[in-house]
Design a binder for this molecule. Structure first.
Ligand SMILES: N[C@@H](CCC(=O)N[C@@H](CS)C(=O)NCC(=O)O)C(=O)O
Length: 250
């Protein structure tokens, strides 16, 4: 049996869940970041991060590694392109989604729970837009002659989708006037049953009781790097001094 330690706010967990659904693999999901799920998550991942996939006795951590495992173990309905060069390109898109794009999304939303009224550091939205515009341009170019980023639906599309959805909620999205092919691609993805189901779960969460904001937000690698590289070190240092930061356990 496959168990996914999941969380509907996590773009990494959402990616893995869509891969499982695309492959038609039965699985049980449990929210690893809920108070009830946390202790169980800590047993399978000492870093206490989702997603984690347990397949029988095997535990796989880190979303890109989980996808690689699933592609190897369950090759049907592949999401890695067969052509070596195209596969490298798909993995590069996945990496970009998992690093810079995740950092921007996380930092703009301060961990998924949103900045309290008037507390978002000045200039943060502008810094995000400054980094996002060239990325939107790259995506627009990549989609010049194809429906999906690597021709067929691949991990590139599924890795980017949760982030681009979050950026729409955060009001730093692309628009159809400047990026028509990107918008058409996004709409095409949105109509796939696996993406439709993913959006429905996120909407249900946003429409329901907003989870209580933890006292401390977990910050790690790329998310900190982006904040510091864009000049928000004073803000970040103040967060540390105010004890509003939690570090990953490992
Ligand atoms: N590189 C990891 C990143 C996973 C990650 O950052 N997970 C976040 C949620 S998006 C997490 O579980 N954070 C712990 C917490 O918020 O308590 C992956 O690709 O799986």
């Amino acid at each position: 049996m496959i168990t996914l330690y999941d969380n509907a706010f996590s773009p990494f967990a959402r990616k893995v869940r869509m891969v499982l659904e695309h492959k038609g693999l039965p699985f049980v999901a449990l929210d690893g970041l809920s108070p009830a799920g946390h202790a169980r998550l800590a047993q399978v991942n000492p870093r206490v991060e989702v997603p984690v996939l347990q397949d029988g006795d095997l535990v796989v951590v880190n979303s890109a590694h989980i996808v690689a495992y699933l592609e190897h173990r369950y090759p049907e309905r592949a999401l890695y392109p067969q052509d070596p060069a195209t596969r490298v390109t798909a993995l590069a898109w996945e990496r970009l989604a998992d690093t810079m794009l995740d950092a921007i999304t996380h930092d703009l939303s301060n961990g998924g729970f949103g900045f309290a009224e008037g507390t978002r550091p000045a200039g943060l939205r502008e810094a995000a837009l400054g980094d996002l515009q060239p990325l939107y341009d790259d995506l627009e170019r990549a989609l010049a002659d194809r429906e999906f980023l690597c021709g067929q639906l691949s991990i590139a599309d599924l890795a980017l989708f949760p982030h681009l959805t979050a950026l729409r909620f955060l009001d730093v999205s692309f628009d159809g006037a400047t990026h028509p092919r990107l918008l058409a691609w996004y709409k095409r993805l949105r109509e796939l049953p696996i993406c439709e189901a993913d959006l429905a779960r996120t909407r249900a969460l946003l429409g329901g009781a907003v989870p209580q904001r933890p006292e401390r937000i977990v910050w790690r690698g790329d998310r900190i790097e982006w904040m510091l590289a864009r000049g928000f070190h004073e803000w970040f240092a103040a967060e540390i001094r105010a004890n509003r930061i939690a570090w990953p356990r490992r």
